[in-house]
Design a protein around this ligand. Structure first.
Ligand code: KIV
Length: 255
């Protein structure tokens, strides 16, 4: 898969995207045929345990992009530019190049930043846009674009990003009717998270779709597994086995 192929999928079939932050997970989802893997700055929350994405650094993103890239053969790997890494054109270019050197095929950045996006694309690096709820700068995690003025602004921003040539556009937590209008209005594929069924593709945070959090799954996500419970049960069995001497057995031992 490459970015040109992704663009051609609009209107043909839905595009599949998941986040990943480590080698083994990336390898599994790549083997399963996912189209794109986003090394999202959501890693700040689900991997590093921060409250939000605002403390994620370029070093965090580089380390995890490298790990994911080592596991991927087919999918497009997208490295997320963390907060303040694209404040100036110079920073945006330097940091996009660092993510590409780490193994990303493209970068994602939040918001309508025309000069920044144009400069990165002109440097030959593909950009994924991100509109709607923008966690790096958001004061609350509420749905965006419910009021008509906000909706028109997001639609206008989407058109700007489309004209700049982003190869896809994440729409996070906006009403599905707005996502439908944007999807119809732009040539670039829209990738929804909490943006309904009309987007050209969907992205989920891997940990949400695996049910990793204890009993919590955001409304926009679907937990396809109760991994929190499964891991808990496995660990409980291990603790019991060690305490009672059932593990290790002879077959685990060297003679
Ligand atoms: O960081 C991330 O995982 C993201 C997705 C929620 C789109 O930006």
């Amino acid at each position: 898969m490459n970015v040109e192929e992704v663009k051609r999928l609009k209107g043909v079939r839905k595009i599949t995207v998941l986040t990943a932050y480590d080698y083994q997970t990336a390898k599994i989802i790549d083997d399963m045929g996912i189209d794109m893997i986003l090394v999202g700055d959501s890693l700040g929350m689900v991997v590093l345990g921060y409250h939000d994405t605002k403390k994620v650094t370029m070093m965090d993103m580089i380390r995890h992009t490298q790990a994911v890239a080592r596991g991927v053969k087919s999918a497009i790997v997208i490295g997320d530019l963390p907060i303040h890494s694209f404040d100036t054109i110079e920073d945006a270019l330097a940091n996009s190049k660092r993510l590409v050197e780490a193994g990303a095929h493209a970068v994602k950045l939040e918001g309508n930043k025309p000069e920044i996006i144009r400069a990165i694309i002109e440097a030959g690096i593909s950009v994924q846009g991100h509109l709607g709820l923008l966690p790096q700068t958001a004061k609350s995690m509420r749905v965006r674009g419910k009021r008509s003025r906000d909706a028109e602004q997001i639609l206008a921003d989407a058109k700007v990003l489309d004209s700049l040539g982003v190869f896809s556009l994440v729409l996070e937590c906006i009403p599905l009717d707005l996502a439908r209008r944007i999807t119809r209005a732009v040539a670039t594929p829209t990738i929804g998270i909490g943006a309904g069924v009309h987007c050209d593709g969907q992205v989920l945070v891997m940990n949400d779709m695996l049910g990793m959090d204890d009993g919590y799954c955001p409304r926009h996500a679907n937990a396809y597994l109760d991994l929190n419970n499964l891991i808990g049960k496995a660990v409980k069995s291990y603790i019991e086995d060690v305490k009672t001497g059932r593990f290790p057995e002879d077959r685990h031992s060297f003679h």
